[in-house]
Ligand binder design. Structure first.
Ligand code: FAD
Length: 543
């Protein structure tokens, strides 16, 4: 059967080669017409098409004995037709292909299916190459396999490129994973396509909440950054610091983020000839945690504020103490002055000595008062600037955190993020709110209430900014409401470390800012204090 096949193949070749270009054998003409070919097509074209095909073609009998090979087969393998005709295709095998591959190949083709795959071949000169091979069974009229058609090409270079690509990929992945920065590649729908080890650690820290989502939300708040418009404009960003409040009430963390737009990989065949995408992009998000350095900077800042408030309080107490002493001295001095100016006192010789003593005492006391006045520390002058009250209250609560924690007090603070700035003296205002928070803590400690809560709200009303501070402490009795603001008044059971000047100074600060400070007389179950501070007039706003 093989000889017959091989013979008929040779006959067909010979017949075709022998034919004049424009004339076919009647048997071939009939075959071509059966295949639906144009009757004007010379049969030789079919042979030439196979012979000149740009892939290596071989035709074998059912045992893989080679009956025909085309020119490219000769060129690719280095074997001449005469070298391989009659030999098994295994002549090409370099013995590097696992036997299981051949078993799979034979199972497929004997099952009359087409087989695709790669084999390691060698050329006549022994040089190995990777062959991408397709073997298709050719069935006879009885549906039995008569021949096999093999088509293969050298894909060694492509394989080398793939290996290099894989190597580059492994290298990139290793570099990304060993980087201390969290890196993620996102598509325009915020889907994470690639990430590194540090990013995965963040994912664990955030209990499965996607870090990229949290970071992009924070960037949107801080910067107005929008992924879609960044893709459109192609603009990235560098070292933007954002705060993340991780889920589960963990303490806030800070990250420095940079992002670069990368044009989206467009694999769609229809876009092959398009030079540019439609604005879609990937975002390479690189982020580094800076919580520790941020906390150190914040601690240093708070220490500065703490020192400032302490100094502010000590100057104020000193001023009030000296002014109080002067005030107390003035009472007896005024009495002496009155005695000296009594009509007829000088006329009585018995009193002249006494008057002289009193007059000398008055003069010495006046000198002492003058000395006291000159020792009065100057009130602290502070420039007015724009003050962000949310940030300022945040500072105050941070300063009070140790006391709040030690006293088991919960703070409920709902800042309105978009509060307008006021015009004011930041240190004085910080001192004011610190006094109010300190008082609230003390009031709760002295009340022994089970509910230990300070709640702070801030909002804008008319042209004023209001801050309300409520506590669940002892509350203020109606008879004490005004006395609280008197200098040196101290109503605490435990008056240690209290000069009685806190509210006095607080009220002074509020008045200096043209505002008001009120204790709500109706409030039950603690104390509610409301601070009202005027907002700067907007240009063009009508009164
Ligand atoms: P073998 O021991 O001969 O075969 C390995 C395994 O293959 C056997 O254990 C058996 O399971 C299976 N097998 C082999 N021959 C048959 C068979 N006649 N019937 C059923 N199962 C069988 N091989 C290449 O290495 N490079 C090529 O480019 C290549 N091109 C081919 C093109 C065509 C059209 C065909 C039909 C086959 C081609 N082969 C090619 C396969 C080749 O014929 C050999 O099967 C293969 O090279 C393994 O031969 P071997 O002597 O190394 O091992």
């Amino acid at each position: 059967m093989n000889d017959t096949n091989s013979g008929s193949n040779r006959d067909a070749q010979a017949a075709c080669s022998a034919l004049p270009e424009d004339q076919g054998a009647p048997e071939l003409d009939a075959l071509l017409s059966e295949l639906g070919a144009d009757p004007g097509l010379p049969p030789r074209v079919f042979v030439e098409a196979v012979e000149q095909s740009p892939v290596a073609i071989s035709i074998t009998d059912p045992n893989a004995r080679i009956l025909y090979v085309n020119s490219l087969f000769e060129l690719l393998t280095g074997y001449k037709k005469a070298d391989v005709i009659g030999k098994n295709e295994s002549v090409l095998s370099s013995r590097s292909t696992p036997v299981t591959v051949y078993q799979d190949l034979w199972r497929a083709i004997q099952d009359k299916r087409t087989w695709f795959g790669n084999l390691v071949n060698h050329r006549r000169n022994g040089q190995e190459y990777l062959a991408e091979l397709m073997i298709a069974p050719v069935l006879g009229a009885d549906q039995q396999i008569q021949y096999y058609l093999g088509m293969h090409r050298d894909v060694t270079e492509m394989h080398q490129l793939q290996q290099r690509l894989q190597f580059q990929h492994n290298l990139t992945e290793a570099a990304l994973d060993s980087a201390p920065l969290a890196i993620a590649m996102l598509d325009s729908e915020r889907r994470v396509l690639l990430d590194n080890h540090a990013y995965k650690v963040l994912l664990g820290d955030f209990q499965g909440a996607e870090p990229a989502d949290l970071l992009l939300d924070a960037l949107e708040r801080e910067l107005g950054f929008n992924l879609a418009s960044a893709c459109q404009s192609g603009k990235g960003f560098a070292q933007i610091e954002v705060r993340i409040d991780p889920p589960g009430g963990q303490p806030p963390r800070w990250f420095s983020c940079s992002g670069a737009r990368v044009a989206e990989l467009d694999e769609a065949a229809k876009n092959y000839f398009k030079s540019d995408g439609d604005g879609r992009c990937y975002l390479l998000l690189v982020t580094q945690e800076i919580t520790a350095s941020r906390n150190r900077a914040m601690e240093a800042r708070l220490n500065l504020i703490r020192a400032n408030i302490a100094e502010q309080r000590s100057v104020q107490s000193m001023r009030e103490a000296i002014l109080g002493a002067i005030f107390k001295l003035q009472v007896p001095l005024n009495l002496i002055r009155a005695a000296l100016s009594l009509p007829g006192a000088e006329a009585n010789p018995e009193h002249s000595h006494l008057l002289q003593v009193l007059s000398e005492a008055l003069s010495t006391a006046d000198d002492a008062v003058a000395d006291l006045r000159s020792a009065l520390p100057a009130p602290r002058q502070e420039e007015s600037t724009e003050v962000n009250l949310v940030k300022l209250l945040d500072d105050v609560l941070r300063l009070s955190t140790p006391q709040l924690l030690a006293s088991g007090i919960v703070v409920d603070w709902q800042p309105t993020h978009k509060l307008p700035d006021i015009e004011g003296q930041p240190n004085a205002l910080r001192g004011l709110f610190k006094s109010l928070v300190d008082n609230a803590i003390q009031a709760i400690q002295e009340s022994h209430q089970t509910q230990r809560l300070i709640s702070i709200r801030s909002w804008v009303e008319d042209q004023d900014l209001l801050v309300e501070l409520m506590d669940t402490g002892t509350g203020v009795a109606s008879q004490d409401r005004l006395r609280l603001f008197e200098p040196f008044y101290c109503g605490w059971k435990d008056s240690r470390e209290h000069s009685g000047m806190g509210l006095t100074v607080a009220q002074e600060v509020v008045l200096e800012h043209n505002g008001s400070l009120e204790i709500d007389p109706e409030f039950i179950g603690g104390c509610r204090i409301c601070v009202r501070l005027p907002l700067p007039e907007r240009p063009g706003a009508t009164a």
